[in-house]
Design a protein around this ligand. Structure first.
Ligand SMILES: *Cc1c(COP(=O)(O)O)cnc(C)c1O
Length: 348
């Protein structure tokens, strides 16, 4: 059976061409700064995002953690959304390892944090309060449906943060999905930010890795912190080569994934028992809710879907997430819609 795995774009395996690039990569010891492939990836990533320097890290989680630790002191506070990946899914690392305090404010349905809410979250200079140091935005915003934050909105948040002496970090795990979705240069989306993390291992198909970018001074500090966290890697050019291949070949095609997400959303609106949250999804994610007349628990629906060869993500008691990516074809989308119809017809 051909499995349609829509749980995440992290399940993407490297393409055959990418594997060839990996096998052929010149390598050296990156802890000595001697891996030419890692160095090239870091320079390419920085140039692509319009920043001075880059740092290759094993995961997006480490990229965000290193960024927060480089920007903040113990007891400082970071403002982010209640649905931010850094708040929900990174093991509380900023607090456990950095003594950094998360100050969460609601994400609006469009993924943004309201400027008013950010403004009132920023503390006055008073010894009773932690020092507000950093704002984190997430683009695309995963839990809100893979929604895209505009360059204009990001600029407004940057202006507000900077006016109040705060810094801006963008968790851009899928920043290239955002740029392709909007049809803008990714530089515009991250220009106001002091630092940005993006993932190579999601829709871009690389097997491992993320890159953190920012100013030369910031990356110098981040490099030291990556070492403290045990993230110094040796002949990492083997995996960095996949990242270079991804930056050169896998970005423009993300539009295909977005087209298929729209196709999937459209197909699922016609399935009895499902409500599609965003009928015209802006990037590569489709979230659906199961209506009340369906009595079968979501975990069991997911199991039955898996028996029909479709893997979906359970993201709540009544909610599923599906993510399109390089290895999903149009037939997989059609098969998913048909499988949902079959499973839910039996489940009322
Ligand atoms: C996946 C993801 C991360 C973390 O990436 P890992 O490589 O899985 O650690 C960070 N932020 C967002 C929004 C993500 O989707």
């Amino acid at each position: 059976m051909n499995i349609v795995d829509l749980r995440s774009d992290t399940v993407t395996q490297p393409t055959p061409e990418m594997r060839i690039a990996m096998a052929a990569a010149p390598v050296g010891d990156d802890v000595y700064g001697e891996d030419p492939t890692v160095n090239r990836l870091q320079e390419m990533a920085a140039a692509r995002l319009g920043k001075e320097a880059g740092l290759f890290v094993p995961s997006g989680t480490m990229g965000n953690l290193v960024a927060v630790l480089a920007h903040c002191n113990r007891g400082d506070e970071v403002i982010m959304g209640t649905l931010a990946h850094t708040f929900l899914f990174e093991g509380g690392g900023i607090s456990a390892l950095g003594g950094v305090f998360p100050h969460t404010i609601p994400n609006q349905p469009d993924g943004t944090l309201s400027l008013e809410a950010i403004q009132s979250a920023i503390r006055p200079d008073d010894a009773h309060h932690p020092i507000s140091r950093l704002v984190i935005l997430e683009n695309t915003q995963n839990r809100c449906g893979g929604v895209i934050l505009s360059a204009e909105y990001t600029r407004q948040v940057g202006d507000l943060a900077h006016r109040k002496n705060l810094l801006l970090h963008i968790d851009g795990a899928r920043i290239f999905n955002a740029a392709v979705g909007l049809g803008v240069d990714v530089k515009e989306l991250v220009e106001p930010a002091e630092s940005v993390t993006f993932c190579l291992s999601k829709g871009l198909c690389a097997p491992v890795g993320s890159v953190l970018v920012g100013s030369r001074d910031f990356i110098h500090k981040a490099h030291r912190i990556r070492k403290q966290l045990g993230g110094g890697m040796r002949q990492a050019g083997i995996i960095a080569a996949a990242g270079i291949y991804a930056l050169e070949n896998m970005i423009e095609r993300l539009g295909e994934d977005h087209r298929r997400a729209k196709l999937l959303a459209k197909g699922l609106t016609r399935v009895e028992g499902l409500k599609v949250e965003i009928e015209n999804p802006p990037s590569n994610m489709v979230f659906v809710q199961v209506s009340d007349e369906i009595k079968l628990p979501t975990a069991q629906i997911a199991n039955k879907m898996a028996e029909l060869g479709v893997k979906i993500g359970v993201t709540g008691s009544k909610r599923f997430r599906m993510v399109t990516h390089f290895w999903i074809e149009d037939e997989g989308i059609e098969h998913t819609v048909a499988a949902f119809k079959q499973v839910l017809a039996d489940a009322v």
